[in-house]
Design a protein around this ligand. Structure first.
Ligand SMILES: Cc1cc2nc3c(=O)[nH]c(=O)nc-3n(C[C@H](O)[C@H](O)[C@H](O)COP(=O)(O)O)c2cc1C
Length: 214
């Protein structure tokens, strides 16, 4: 670490602020607004976020997934239903999601309940994926141990032949989840670490909000 000075590296944040007098009652309106800003700012690229789950042994783990839709106030992502995250979700479906955009000096933290979406909705999304990604979904038992010399391309070729001249159907163990937030915090970096923060929480079906200290 001799040449890397993270001890002394500092940035001041000053790109935007939260107008506390102009906050919507429903945080999903602000959430969608910030996502739109992020998409616009990032050449319309996808929206990654860190998804944290907790295992049956109470051990948390985090990984990046992509936000693929916002529907009926739920956040959609897609994955393998046999993966580590899915096993965690089976025993504890309360998850955390963290979105961070360095360029925008913005962070959103979400906690909520996650549930599998319908097969029909997963089918629609799977059908929209490039064929190679569809074949990869068949070829990978996500997060299972592989021999070091295992050739994934062989498996892809196998499925490529299997689905030759036909659509690749969605594997039963691959599909979407929807996170229904019950807490959402918006963080906007401000000068001298005096950041703007606003936290919404759901109580008996109604959203409440409060400003919180930097
Ligand atoms: C930018 C980025 C996007 C990713 N998007 C997804 C995704 O949408 N779905 C997914 O299952 N894994 C995605 N991954 C891979 C996950 O981070 C992770 O490696 C994988 O899902 C296995 O996680 P698990 O063992 O905790 O289940 C992405 C990784 C990165 C870095």
């Amino acid at each position: 670490m001799e040449n890397i000075d993270i001890f002394n590296s500092r940035e001041d944040y000053n790109k935007s602020k939260i107008d506390f007098n102009c906050l919507p009652e429903n945080p999903m309106l602000l959430f969608e607004k910030w996502i739109a800003i992020a998409v616009e700012n990032n050449n319309k690229e996808s929206i990654p976020f860190v998804l944290s789950t907790v295992s049956i042994k109470n051990i948390p783990s985090s990984r990046v997934v992509l936000l693929r839709n916002i529907l009926n106030e739920g956040l959609f992502f897609y994955t393998n239903y046999n993966s580590k995250k899915s096993k965690d979700i089976e025993v504890n479906n309360v998850v955390a999601a963290n979105f961070f955009w360095k360029d925008l000096e913005k962070q959103i933290r979400v906690t909520g309940e996650v549930n599998k979406i319908s097969n029909e909705l997963s089918d629609v999304y799977f059908a929209s994926r490039p064929r190679n990604s569809q074949l990869s979904a068949w070829s990978s038992n996500q997060s299972e141990i592989l021999d070091f010399n295992f050739d994934l391309d062989d498996k892809v070729n196998f499925y490529s032949k299997k689905f030759f001249n036909q659509d690749v159907k969605r594997p039963d163990n691959w599909g979407g989840y929807c996170i229904n937030p019950h807490e959402i915090e918006f963080w906007q970096g401000r000068p001298s670490r005096l950041h703007d923060r606003i936290k919404y929480f759901l109580d008996k079906g109604k959203w409440h909000k409060m400003r919180i200290s930097p």
